[in-house]
Write a protein that binds this ligand. Structure first.
Ligand SMILES: [Zn+2]
Length: 629
């Protein structure tokens, strides 16, 4: 063991660390000079001998992930568990067990919202803060993500999916355990962010037939060349709901997993491991120079484990197969076909702290260390003050991660501390994106600080949340009225039609409190075109009223849509009922102010959200008008 350790030490001392990347030089020897002249080195898509990578994905902070981990481990499978918030008990009882069995943790947002209802700054905070708080709570890297519900499109912003893709990359996410179409819709660069073939066994009622059928579909897609963007990567998912089918649900799943266990051609990995491997496969840079008649020197530059979130070796192949490959005189094990593994030095942070204004920018994990981050919005500058009393952080690199309010999403700054362990710096944040939607809701800014302390890799997140003045726009969020959630017994088509005349008073539908018309929630966290009913009452219908303006030229047809068209019950415009179509409703608008009332049925308890889109023929949004106070 000691010999192996000293070997590894010598090996890694040879590599040069440089801003999230590592450069290694390999000396390759041949028996014949002609072989050396033609020698080439390439990265491998999978470890030598493997034809497929198989992982699994399990969502939400669920105590039954413990049993899922057991079922996976029994069969040599691994998985990544996509969590929301976690407490210490969950960390100690469940996450510890996952990690002991080779599994990893991914991000699934703080609060599991339907992201399509939120403004970009709120989406950003759900994604970025979840990664930060999971890493700090668990002392584990979190670098892959799954969507709560799924990737949301919105009616009013055709670029919303792409914006979410940008936010994921800005937050430091390099993989999604999501199907191929998500990559296209979010316009993710396959070199930056990996997706997968997602297959299933039916979470609530595990069945071998479903497992085999969805796996085999993936094999067909792979053979047809349709999975080029993510490579040969299959992920089973998505919920630990197996007990819904009976107390033996996890045993049934385990038996299904056993049918594809211990296959020598499969690499059983977690999602983070595959994404880190794939990153090297696609992005590692190789250069070559001849150093003698029978020797060639290859240099490879690849990402460090800390920068990609998992510690995996890099798979390489040299053709023709050489006599030997060595790094600083130390030989590597090379297969007869010239393939081999180049190990990575594990520089994943051993401790991860979170410093915010609430804890005075300190952390119990790092006594004596303060990293204070602030943003001056007027000067458009980030200000950082570092002070270390016991033990000086070395190789400190600050990675600033920003919401879409700024055009440049990630800035990296190496920082040097003075002899007293202190430094301050200002970082200009660059050009702002002036889209008014980015001026809605608070700005969450992450300063990710990676450093070494007593030789060990560490990470501290210093974060700040900045309020923005709410902008005034005439949009449904700020102008609509609602009587929802309303009991169906108070539904009265005549009253609603009468109330939809622009000059009429909005008539109450019943005598109970929740049937009174009230302004929609004005939260800056929801999209301008999303209306929210906050009435905590179960069942019934949600009734909304909005007003919009049409000029004489554009008074003809407007297209009206909501996110959940199949729940549309009734629509009234300017005193008359309108025919309901699920794929969009044509409104015959009149010049001047128009009043629209619509009723959605089947409202769940608690918060009801509906996204409204009313466009003129050219696709331009109509101008919304507030109700008179
Ligand atoms: Zn979920």
């Amino acid at each position: 063991m000691k010999r192996i350790l000293s070997f590894l030490f010598a090996f890694f001392a040879a590599a040069m660390v440089c801003g999230g990347e590592k450069t290694t030089t390999l000396l390759v020897e041949y028996a014949a000079a002609s072989d050396a002249q033609g020698a080439q080195m390439e990265t491998l898509e999978l470890p030598p001998g493997k034809t497929l990578a198989v992982a699994s994905r399990w969502d939400d902070t669920n105590g039954d992930h413990y049993f899922m981990t057991e079922a996976l481990a029994e069969n040599g499978w691994k998985g990544t568990f996509y969590l929301n918030r976690v407490d210490d008990h969950y960390r100690d009882k469940v996450v510890k067990f996952m990690v002991e069995n080779g599994c990893s943790v991914g991000s699934h947002t703080n609060n599991h919202p339907w992201l399509g209802s939120l403004v970009p700054n709120a989406v950003w905070q759900e994604i970025a803060e979840n990664r930060v708080s999971l890493e700090a709570a668990l002392d584990l890297p979190v670098s892959t993500f799954t969507f709560p519900f799924s990737l949301p499109g919105t009616l009013n912003d055709p670029d919303f999916e792409q914006k979410i893709g940008q936010m994921l990359v800005r937050a430091g996410i390099n993989g999604l355990a999501e199907p191929p179409k998500v990559q296209e819709r979010a316009k993710l660069d396959p070199k930056e962010c990996v997706t997968c073939w997602l297959f299933r066994a039916d979470d609530a009622n595990p069945q071998l037939e479903v497992f085999n059928r969805t796996f085999d579909q993936g094999v067909q897609e792979l053979e047809a060349g349709n999975l080029g963007a993510m490579g040969p990567f299959f992920v089973l998912g998505v919920h630990s709901w197996q007990k819904k089918s009976g107390p033996d649900g996890f045993q049934r799943l385990s038996k299904i997993l056993a049918t594809k266990a211990h296959d020598p051609a499969i690499w059983y990995c977690n999602v983070d491991e595959y994404c880190a491997w794939r990153h090297n496969f696609l992005n590692a840079q190789i250069s070559r120079k001849s150093t003698g008649k029978k020797t060639v020197e290859f240099t490879i530059k690849r990402a460090t484990p800390a920068s990609v979130g998992a510690c995996v070796p890099c798979g390489l192949k040299i053709t023709p197969a050489p006599k030997s490959v060595s790094v600083k005189g130390r030989p590597l094990d090379v297969n007869p076909d010239g393939s081999f593994l180049l190990p990575a030095k594990n520089d994943l942070p051993v401790k991860i702290g979170l410093m915010t204004a609430e804890n005075g920018f300190t952390s119990e994990k790092f006594p004596g260390l303060t990293i204070q981050t602030g943003v001056d919005l007027e000067k458009n500058v980030l200000h950082c003050e570092v002070s270390a009393e016991n033990g000086k952080p070395e190789n400190l690199v600050c990675t600033v991660r920003l919401p879409l309010r700024w055009k440049n999403g990630v800035q990296v700054k190496p920082v040097r501390l003075d002899a007293n362990g202190k430094t301050t710096f200002d970082l200009p944040l660059g050009e702002l994106d002036e889209d008014p939607v980015n001026a809605c809701d608070a700005l969450y800014v992450v300063n990710q600080c990676d450093f070494r302390l007593n030789g060990e890799p560490m990470r501290v997140y210093s974060t700040v949340t900045l309020d923005q003045p709410e902008i005034q726009q005439a949009v449904p969020r700020t102008t609509a009225m609602t009587v929802g959630v309303c009991n169906e017994k108070f539904f009265d088509a005549e009253k609603l039609a009468a109330s939809s005349r622009p000059s009429a008073e909005l008539q109450d539908l019943g005598d109970e409190e929740f049937t009174n018309w009230v302004p929609c929630d004005r939260s800056g966290k929801i999209l301008p075109y999303v209306m929210e009913c906050h009435i905590e009452w179960s069942g019934g219908m949600a009734v909304y009223a909005v007003q919009f303006e049409a000029d004489a030229q554009n008074a003809a047809d407007c297209m009206f849509k909501v996110t959940d068209p199949y729940n549309m019950k009734n629509v009234f415009l300017n005193g008359e009922p309108v025919e309901v179509h699920h794929h969009g409703i044509t409104l015959k608008a009149q010049p001047g102010v128009n009043r629209l009332i619509y009723v959605l049925k089947g409202a769940g308890y608690g918060i009801r959200k509906s996204e409204i889109s009313i466009k003129k023929e050219d696709g331009e949004m109509v101008k919304f008008v507030p109700f008179a106070e």
